[in-house]
Design a protein around this ligand. Structure first.
Ligand code: KIV
Length: 273
């Protein structure tokens, strides 16, 4: 069992998220997609995990988040929930699972909550998804909203560039953030938008705003764990800080194992029965 680095090992709830904002305590969130990694990161004090649809890229090697299915999200989320004792676990609703109509959206959200035992779901979009948001909230399922760069709409945007740089898009984003907060979402992710706009949104709504590429003046941060651990050597966006170089660590360790096997240095007499 992993040793916990934080003293307060109480389970983080959606209510606690709100308290953290009110007290000015920043929220540290990461993605997670599997039991083993989630249990290590949970013990290191992460406040919340997002079982992100970025699993489509990170775990399955797809170019976008679009192909991942509800079944696949449920599979990843089950492993994460089993590994996590303290952090809040939020599961992304994948592309196609809430855009058709509110009935399908609530069915899929209920399925995700029932089968994974997670704490909440996340959905990308503003006013256009409000009917689905309302139905899911009415079913008692907490929602983390997501505005700014919303990767499920990559085919509409055409690039993964910074969003809401012009006044019209910034005004729509602020209005959407207020609508989602008023509807009852418990938190909001803002991805890749100007830091000044993110700060303005965080000050305009009472729910916590979690940024990724949105500057420091929000209520918390989220990163894809594989990116912040330096597993993908080629992914270097400006907003990313690398806390480790696991690509090199893994390459060196695996290279040593291969050499040892080839040289009959592994296993030795203490490593056999
Ligand atoms: O799927 C994901 O990893 C996300 C984060 C980038 C916020 O939505």
């Amino acid at each position: 069992m992993s040793k916990y680095l934080v003293e307060d090992t109480r389970k983080v709830t959606t209510q606690r998220f709100g308290e953290m904002k009110r007290k000015g305590e920043k929220i540290a969130m990461l993605t997670a997609y599997d039991y083993t990694t989630a249990s290590i990161m949970d013990a290191a004090g992460v406040d919340a995990f997002l079982v992100g649809d970025s699993a489509s890229n990170v775990m399955a090697g797809n170019a976008t988040t679009l192909p991942i299915t509800v079944d696949e999200m449920i599979y990843y989320a089950k492993g994460v929930v089993r590994g996590v004792k303290r952090a809040l676990v939020v599961v992304d609703m994948p592309f196609g699972s809430y855009q058709v109509n509110a009935d399908e959206a609530v069915k899929n959200a209920i399925r995700i909550m029932k089968e994974t035992n997670a704490d909440a779901v996340k959905m990308e979009g503003g006013e256009e998804i409000l009917p689905a948001v309302r139905r899911i909230l009415d079913a008692g399922i907490p929602i983390m909203a997501h505005l700014g760069l919303t990767p499920q709409s990559i085919n509409k945007f055409g690039t993964y560039g910074v969003r809401a740089k012009d006044d019209a898009e910034a005004a729509k984003l602020l209005a959407d953030a207020k609508l989602l907060a008023d509807a009852g979402c418990f938190a909001l992710v803002l991805e890749k938008i100007p830091a000044t706009l993110a700060e303005k949104v965080a000050k305009s709504i009472e729910i916590p705003v979690i940024g990724i590429g949105a500057g420091v003046n929000v209520d918390g941060q989220v990163l894809v764990y594989a990116d912040m651990l330096g597993m993908n050597a080629d992914f270097k966006p400006k907003f990313l800080r690398r806390y480790a170089d696991l690509n090199t660590v893994i390459t060196d360790a695996v290279g040593s194992y291969v050499s040892d096997v080839k040289a009959c240095d592994f296993p030795n007499e203490n490593e056999q029965y």
